[in-house]
Design a protein around this ligand. Sequence first.
Ligand SMILES: Nc1ncnc2c1ncn2[C@@H]1O[C@H](COP(=O)(O)OP(=O)(O)OP(=O)(O)O)[C@@H](O)[C@H]1O
Ligand SMILES: [Mg+2]
Length: 109
Amino acid sequence: MYIVHVIEEFGELIQRWEQHDSYVEEVKRLSKDLLHESESRARQLGAAKIDIIEDEGDAAEKILQIAKDKGVDTIVVGNRGFSTAEEFLLGSVSLKLTHHAKCSVVVVR
Ligand SMILES: Nc1ncnc2c1ncn2[C@@H]1O[C@H](COP(=O)(O)OP(=O)(O)OP(=O)(O)O)[C@@H](O)[C@H]1O
Ligand SMILES: [Mg+2]
């Protein structure tokens, strides 16, 4: 089982911000915390072999690439993330994965 988090925040504009370095550091720290929390939760629930993967860039593109490289049979995602636009059933990441993944995609609601 791979637990994946893609950091998407590092756009071009943000690189011009004077507090950029401390911001990047904080986001990376939060990302690692999130991955390690998820890993121990998965272990508690009985998953034996777990790898955590952190990447940067477009979340859907990176997840598709990782799924291909690792030869996974199923991608599991939530239907929505942190966005508040509640009128859509699927967020853009889960929508893109369901459209483009070559393997099965389970969307958890
Ligand atoms: N950066 C990411 N890294 C790993 N998985 C992600 C990431 N972003 C989203 N996902 C996965 O996709 C699911 C759906 O999130 P998504 O981002 O598509 O919805 P949203 O945040 O509500 O909307 P949007 O991002 O399009 O404004 C999440 O529950 C999560 O499983
Ligand atoms: Mg999102």
